[in-house]
Design a protein around this ligand. Structure first.
Ligand SMILES: Cc1cc2nc3c(=O)[nH]c(=O)nc-3n(C[C@H](O)[C@H](O)[C@H](O)COP(=O)(O)OP(=O)(O)OC[C@H]3O[C@@H](n4cnc5c(N)ncnc54)[C@H](O)[C@@H]3O)c2cc1C
Length: 510
């Protein structure tokens, strides 16, 4: 009997991944757990990790991207699937307190890792803490529903949720008709705590007044899974994943490999073309470039399609990322700090509805040297300031003068609220505005978290991972479900592989 066909090497499925942010890396690592795939990871920049990025200068080590890590078990899966332990690649440690919150009237409230510990704050009463416990119970129910939608069934829109027929009891946990803010106010009376809990929306770059109440799962996630720092800086997430990829020979990485174009045959993509003239054959394309810029620049869809998608899947906000190295330590700061606007509602309205730079913004400030003094020179501090600002309006982009005025507003506010003479102590400064972010990562209008979570536009659902236009195109990252922020992006890379395998199985049946 001729059994040569049994000895033939299996023809591998060629997967080309456009972009090596966390979404692309997670997809590549997850695909590599299946022997049938040959994976090429293309990255336009010279580093892996996308928005996880680093600048080292004059003894300061600035993490230019994320600073808050939650749900590390979602990262751990990438190591476990290859028989490794995350701790050997990315050592992490918990941060205490979770957040320090500063208000204009001098009130300071620490958000502790356990609700019972919140009474360390003299401005909170036992009643406030009881309210928080009731709020926690409410958010736990939302998490139960989110688990059904996101983790157990990977549902990508409200219709799919209804089709899956959750029990009415489970469906009602979604608090469908409320915004995030309305959900918070139903349980919380303390005005400072309302601002703090509403500001969890920072994690997905949206507004609590527009986002669905579903987003109240964010504080639950932080309390349940804790808040973490990566030893020696957040960029070590990228380094750790790269180290893992180096053990997986089926993944080939190409740096400075910007994708400009694809060859289409009807609804099928066959080749990917790079800026340097190289062409790669692809059985499957996974884009970690955000979906809307990919449809706009790479497959070149009609402006009608792009407009429709932009309407429903509008970008989340951008940020004014000011990285300061100082020659003075500000001991009142914790690792993560928030300086609140006197009028939170107007602040959000200006970002999401009026396209204005707010004179009195809420400011997120990271001082990583509280946990890790190795990040800067002794006697100095790293102060990374990140107020959220609108994405680029192509018809009326902000001018350099407007950004300079905004910088003044931000620094004046911080000096007024206790960081005395901050401006006099700056020795290094690095500023990233929406235009820098857009140019560097190809994000839609300079968004930093992908697609906005908005009750009316999308009910918190993002773009589907499987393209609606091409049969072998998938997306990963912040612009697709389950959404922005590192843990969800890493999850999208894992879930896309389930979808690819499922789609392959369906094709075999047909
Ligand atoms: C300042 C800042 C602070 C943040 N803070 C936090 C935080 O504290 N916690 C948190 O969880 N999240 C935070 N985020 C959000 C988080 O960084 C993102 O949600 C996540 O990293 C996005 O990953 P991604 O894979 O979707 O996209 P990206 O990281 O943008 O990756 C996309 C990759 O594709 C590449 N690419 C694009 N186009 C092409 C092309 N044509 N050809 C080849 N390559 C291409 C890009 O260069 C990039 O490397 C922050 C983001 C920023 C910018």
């Amino acid at each position: 009997m001729d059994d040569s066909r049994y000895n033939k090497p299996m023809k591998k499925t060629k997967v080309v991944i456009v972009g090596a942010g966390l979404g692309g890396m997670s997809a590549a690592i997850s695909l590599a757990a299946h022997p049938q795939f040959e994976i090429t990871l293309l990255e336009k920049n010279t580093h892996l990790g996308g928005k996880l990025n680093l600048k080292e200068t004059q003894g300061f080590s600035f993490d230019l991207g994320p600073s808050i890590l939650t749900m590390p078990h979602l990262f751990e899966r990438l190591f476990v699937m290859h028989g490794k332990a995350m701790q050997d690649f990315i050592p992490i440690e918990p941060v205490r307190p979770h957040w320090r919150n500063f208000f204009e009237d001098g009130t300071v409230i620490d958000l502790t890792h356990k609700i019972d510990h919140m009474l360390v704050n003299q401005s909170l009463s036992p009643m406030d803490v009881e309210d928080l416990k009731r709020f926690y119970a409410y958010t736990e129910q939302i998490y139960e529903l989110a688990s059904f939608v996101v983790f157990d069934n990977q549902l990508e829109n409200t219709a799919a949720v209804i089709k899956k027929k959750p029990s009415l009891k489970l469906f009602l946990k979604m608090d469908y008709f409320s915004t995030m803010d309305q959900g918070v106010r139903r349980y919380i009376k303390n005005p400072y705590m309302i601002d703090i809990l509403n500001y969890f929306i920072k994690y997905v770059g949206s507004s609590p007044y527009d986002a669905p109440a579903l987003m109240n799962l964010l504080p639950y996630i932080q309390w349940k899974f804790d808040l973490w720092y990566v030893k020696d800086g957040m960029f070590n997430i990228s380094r750790g994943l790269k180290k893992l990829i180096d053990t997986l020979p089926q993944i080939q990485i190409k740096y400075q490999a910007e994708v400009l174009n694809v060859t289409k045959h009807g609804n099928h993509l066959s080749h990917v073309h790079l800026k340097d003239g190289t062409t790669l054959e692809a059985d499957i394309v996974i884009s970690n470039m955000e979906a809307i810029p990919f449809y706009e620049k790479i497959t070149k869809e009609s402006s009608r399609f792009i407009q429709k998608y932009n309407q429903k899947f509008h970008p989340a906000c951008s940020g004014f990322a000011l990285h300061l190295g100082t020659d003075k330590v500000y001991p009142q700061l914790a690792h993560h700090n928030f300086f609140y606007s006197k009028d939170s509602k107007t602040n959000f309205k200006n970002i999401f509805h009026r396209h204005r730079l707010n004179e009195d913004p809420t400011i997120y400030l990271v001082a990583p040297m509280r946990t890790d003094p190795s990040q800067g020179p002794k006697g100095g501090d790293i102060i990374k300031i990140l107020p959220h600002i609108p994405v680029i309006d192509p018809k009326k982009p902000f001018t350099q003068e407007e950004y300079a005025t905004y910088r003044d507003h931000v620094l004046t506010k911080l000096e007024r609220m206790g960081l005395t003479d901050l401006r006099k102590h700056i020795v290094v400064e690095e500023l990233w505005v929406p235009e820098t972010i857009q140019d560097m990562y190809n994000s839609n209008m300079g968004s930093i978290y992908g697609v906005v979570s908005d009750r009316r536009r999308n009910m918190g659902f993002k773009i589907p991972k499987k393209s609606v236009l091409y049969d072998n195109l998938y997306f990963v990252g912040g612009s697709v479900n389950p959404g922005g922020g590192m843990p969800m992006v890493v999850l999208s890379g894992q879930q896309v592989v389930d979808q690819i395998l499922q789609n392959d199985a369906l094709k075999m049946i047909k």
